[in-house]
Design a protein around this ligand. Structure first.
Ligand code: NAP
Length: 297
């Protein structure tokens, strides 16, 4: 149900292929949680993730794709077709399957993270940022997600500490520059998160200076964690080949090791994770499926 899956559905529906999109959540995937998307072409003033997701869903429906709010537990190969076990205990047979399950936020694994989840610890600034209005918060990570969400939080919160384990960010320069320009956004570099402190609510984040080994506690009421993504491959684990990082092995034509199964978007092993590249994957999968139908008539 994210941009990759919905794009495949737009193209397949338009090509007259009977297409069903299964997603237990509201369509949109990770995009649904993004406050503002500024680098997707066609929207010079930016667009909220929710609005973009809704537009993609409407476009897929317009071409006949059916959006079903049910999950897929497992995909099995049965001769030249596939059997899908659905979370509502139904089964479905399909001639081709597009895996567009995306990836989920990685956890840090430090003390306090699980215990205080939902009580100050969050993986979604757009969803939870408002609870921390005029308060001090920390964002952990140095990639695009961490910096983008720290920028968002800096509009709501009093102070945002961007805690990163190295002395250089991984994020794009344009985001880094914007963060550097925000007065209430402070870079806390070379800092290793040690523990999230608090009894019933987050009261602080203990960090350690990587070079000097010195510990300090940032007095924050919110800790937002953006330390990368974990691919959601459960439905096809053991069926398609994965790369060593756990993403599905597939080239740009999105064909996996199993003919008839295609992988698109953030679940596919690839260097770029953007809405635009997810959309490209969806388009490639739909075209590859049309070719596949001709090959396996
Ligand atoms: P990412 O690029 O993998 O960055 C993860 C960050 O977390 C890195 O800075 C990493 O540090 C840090 N990290 C990882 N494990 C850690 C640990 N145990 N302790 C402390 N820090 C840890 O993940 P992402 O930012 O979620 O981005 C994922 C993909 O989405 C990227 O391809 C990104 O370009 C894309 N994206 C794009 C946009 C945009 O274009 N606007 C927005 C969001 C995401 P190191 O740097 O030291 O490895």
């Amino acid at each position: 149900g994210g941009p990759a899956g919905l794009t495949a559905a737009i193209y397949l529906g338009r090509a007259g292929v009977e297409t069903k999109v299964y997603d237990p959540a509201v369509p949109g995937g990770m995009v649904f949680m993004v406050h503002q998307i500024e680098n997707y072409p066609g929207f010079p003033d930016g667009i909220s993730g929710r609005e973009l997701a809704a537009k993609m869903e409407a476009q897929a429906k317009r071409f006949g794709a059916e959006i079903v709010q049910v999950g897929v537990k497992k995909v099995y190969r049965e001769d030249k077709e596939f059997k899908l076990d659905l979370t509502d205990h139904q089964e479905l047979m399909a001639r081709a399957v597009v895996i567009a399950t995306g990836s989920n936020p990685r956890s840090l694994g430090i003390p306090g993270e699980q215990e205080l989840l939902g009580r100050g610890v969050s993986y979604c600034a757009t969803c939870d940022g408002n609870f921390f209005r005029n308060e001090d918060v920390a964002v952990i990570g140095g990639g695009d997600s961490a910096v983008q969400e720290a920028l968002y939080l800096s509009q709501i919160c009093k102070t945002v500490y961007l805690v990163h384990r190295r002395d250089q960010l991984r994020a794009k320069k344009i985001l880094e520059q914007r963060a550097a320009d925000r007065e209430n956004l402070r870079f806390q570099l070379n800092s290793l998160p040690q523990e999230i402190i608090g009894k019933d609510q987050v009261e602080g984040l203990k960090i350690m200076d990587k070079d000097r080994g010195k510990e300090q506690i940032l007095k924050v009421t919110g800790v937002f964690i953006y330390v990368g993504m974990k691919p959601e491959t459960d439905p096809v684990k053991g069926l398609v080949e994965l790369n060593p990082d756990g993403f599905i092995k597939a080239l740009e034509n999105t064909r996996t090791s199993v003919p008839g199964i295609f992988a698109v978007g953030d679940v596919r092993g690839k260097p770029t994770r953007q809405v635009a590249s997810a959309v490209a994957d969806g388009c490639n999968a739909a075209l590859a499926i049309e070719e596949y139908f001709l090959e396996y008539r």
